[in-house]
Design a protein around this ligand. Structure first.
Ligand code: NAP
Length: 259
């Protein structure tokens, strides 16, 4: 069931992808660009952004260096897009960092960095783009969380809570913004092959490529879905696990997730 407006075509849609220099963000940028959208790509690594930009016509792709932990650079990025294209139709927040962490190697500074990037960064980006979208009564906010936000999982002692908070944030955003004509997309991927997961020393169940993830994201947005999760063989299993009483939950987690 679609909780948002369906999108007939991405052609000429103005999209800001935050965290587009690699992985899922880069794959989404390429996918939207190949559908004829105008895409502004931002992240910290300028050389990576420039490399993506060179593959596309100049008027279709804009690359802007911005750090989600530095509010001023984010505001400047948004202004640059407004100056060039007069605004945006969709903001896709993909920026995120993942450090595997267990209780016996808990690193408070790393945890704070994850909270700042994954959660506060998303809130900062929304605070920058929302006033204009609310004024126009149109636009979309899409945020990449993770299935790690569904419930407590091994190795995700700090990452998991940031993604759980994003799920709650998206639900509340949807409740507030949909009646005002805006679309909100909550995107929860399972394991995707990217720089972030290259550090995992275990076999990742149901691993997919970044371009497969991008395809799922574009399809979900186009269909107007709020809850975009994939790959289904993994995300539905985790959705089911979180409904169980805790003794069954912890038993099955131990049995099936060998991390
Ligand atoms: N890979 C998976 O299995 C998986 C599963 C579920 C969810 N996710 C989520 O998907 C998102 C993308 O991850 P990925 O797997 O594609 O990893 P990735 O290749 O490491 O991409 C992370 C992106 O975030 C950007 N970023 C990080 N810190 C930033 C900052 N301070 N300011 C601006 N941009 C920043 C990075 O750009 P710069 O370093 O250039 O700044 C990069 O473009 C993350 O939110 C991640 O939690 C990933």
């Amino acid at each position: 069931m679609s909780l948002n407006q369906r999108i007939i075509s991405f052609y000429n849609k103005r999209i800001w992808i935050i965290g587009a220099s690699s992985g899922i963000g880069e794959a989404c940028a390429n996918a939207f660009l190949s559908h004829g959208a105008k895409v502004a790509i931002s992240a910290r690594r300028n050389e990576k952004l420039e490399k993506i930009k060179t593959r596309w016509p100049n008027d279709q792709c804009l690359s802007i260096t911005a750090d989600v932990q530095n509010y001023e650079t984010m505001e400047m990025a948004y202004k640059a897009i407004e100056n060039k294209w007069g605004g945006i139709d969709l903001m896709l927040y993909v920026a995120g960092i993942y450090e595997p962490m267990r209780a016996d190697n808990f690193q408070l500074n790393q945890a704070k960095r994850m909270i700042d990037t994954n959660l506060i960064g998303a809130m900062s980006a929304c605070s920058i783009v929302l006033p204009r979208m609310l004024e126009n009564k149109s636009g979309g906010i899409a945020i990449v969380g993770s299935v790690a936000g569904y419930s407590g999982l091994p190795q995700a002692l700090a990452y998991g809570p940031t993604k759980a908070a994003l799920i709650n944030y998206c639900e509340t955003l949807y409740y507030d913004l949909r009646p005002k004509g805006l679309n909100v997309y909550m995107i929860n991927p399972g394991f995707v092959e990217t720089e972030a997961t290259a550090k995992n020393d275990f076999e990742m169940p149901a691993l997919i490529s970044a371009s497969q993830a991008a395809e799922e994201i574009l399809d979900g947005i186009q269909a107007g879905q709020f809850d975009i999760h994939f790959p289904k063989r993994f995300s539905i299993f985790l959705k089911f696990l979180r409904l169980l009483p805790y003794p069954a939950y912890f038993y099955l987690l131990k049995k099936f997730i060998k991390i």
